[in-house]
Design a protein around this ligand. Structure first.
Ligand SMILES: [Zn+2]
Ligand SMILES: [Zn+2]
Length: 334
């Protein structure tokens, strides 16, 4: 079958991969759309990933599609059903799974290699999507499920002052979640000053270009920021997040950090402010809610999805990223 294949670090092309036999308890999904994730770029660059990579492998894990066939014993789905799939599988048997922490499963594996014509997924990872939710929007279920985990950990209360660092694809989802959670004032800190209009459209009250470090410090001195969500993963963004955080603030470092780098933070500054610093790891038990959030129309997905690409264009984008910083890219699988 046709797929966008990673053959080794820095080597992506549209190629042909074998379609595996459908096992008992699996659902074969004909993929409609697959989103490009920052972690796909990490994989391509050969950076450390949450799981080791074996080549060749199809990129992508954020999919929507239609059930093509069901394996033995599957009664919950039938051919033609519209679905999305949680890529993170947990065994249900290890100490973490048994303790309701399946994201830390000792036997976890990725079950969606999504930039391909078909995937075979364990039935427990497949989710029905309602009629009113388009396949295009449903491809946002996985990144949204991850964002819901981060938003839960952030725990915005009505009226709080919230800072969001980084208005990339994740930032455009997160700001809408923060807004709908009742944030009283939202400040967006973003490297690219041309994103100010988008930030305001999505509910930002204040926009600060992250290159203007003094402005961040000034704002933080004047207004106490209760919650901070960092959506980039680089050192600069992490330091901006800590510097804008107010007294008693909770900071969620949502962006995936570079495994080869460390960030020098002042624990004295954190101490003075009594900060709570959290990280957010994947999407435990949040896919069901993600589907419902998307179906509710709560999110303006036109502001999240930047462009649709063909599989060929996606392979080019991986080799030479141009568009990825503007928002979510969806690969239309043909
Ligand atoms: Zn993702
Ligand atoms: Zn487990």
């Amino acid at each position: 079958m046709k797929a966008v294949v990673l053959y080794g670090p820095g080597n992506v092309a549209v190629g042909d991969l074998p379609l595996k036999d459908l096992a008992a308890g699996e659902v074969r999904v004909k993929v409609a759309y697959c989103g490009i994730c920052g972690s796909d770029h990490h994989k391509v660059s050969g950076k450390k990933n949450t799981r080791p990579v074996t080549y060749p492998v199809a990129l992508g894990h954020e999919i929507s599609g239609v059930v093509a066939e069901v394996g033995e014993g599957v009664t919950e789905f039938k051919p033609g059903d519209r679905v999305t799939v949680d890529p993170n599988w947990g065994c249900g048997k290890c100490e973490f799974c048994k303790d309701g922490k399946k994201s830390f499963c000792k036997n976890s594996r990725g079950v969606v290699k999504g930039m391909a014509e078909y995937i075979n997924a364990p039935v427990e990872n497949v989710y029905h999507i309602p009629e009113k939710l388009s396949l295009r929007d449903a491809a946002l279920a996985e990144p949204l499920a991850c964002c819901l985990r981060g938003a839960d950990l952030l725990g915005v209360r009505h009226g709080e002052r919230v800072a969001l660092v980084g208005l990339g694809a994740i930032g455009t989802i997160m700001i809408q979640l923060i807004k709908s959670a009742g944030a009283g004032e939202i400040v967006v800190i973003e490297y690219d000053e041309t994103k100010e209009a988008l930030a305001k459209e999505l509910g930002a009250d204040v926009f600060i270009c992250s290159k203007d470090e003094e402005k961040i410090t000034e704002y933080a001195a004047k207004y106490n920021v209760d919650k901070v969500i960092e959506c980039v993963g680089n050192t600069g963004a992490q330091l901006s997040a800590l510097s804008v955080a107010g007294r008693g603030a909770t900071v969620v470092m949502f962006g995936v950090a570079d495994s080869a780098k460390t960030t020098p933070i002042s624990l004295y500054d954190a101490f003075i402010k009594e900060l709570t610093i959290k990280t957010s790891y994947v999407n435990p038990y949040t896919t069901e809610r993600a589907v419902r959030v998307l179906a509710s129309g709560m999110l303006d997905t036109s502001k999240i999805i930047h462009r649709e690409l063909t599989m060929e264009e996606a392979a080019e984008e991986f080799m030479n990223p141009q568009l990825s910083r503007f928002g979510k890219l969806l690969v239309k699988i043909d």
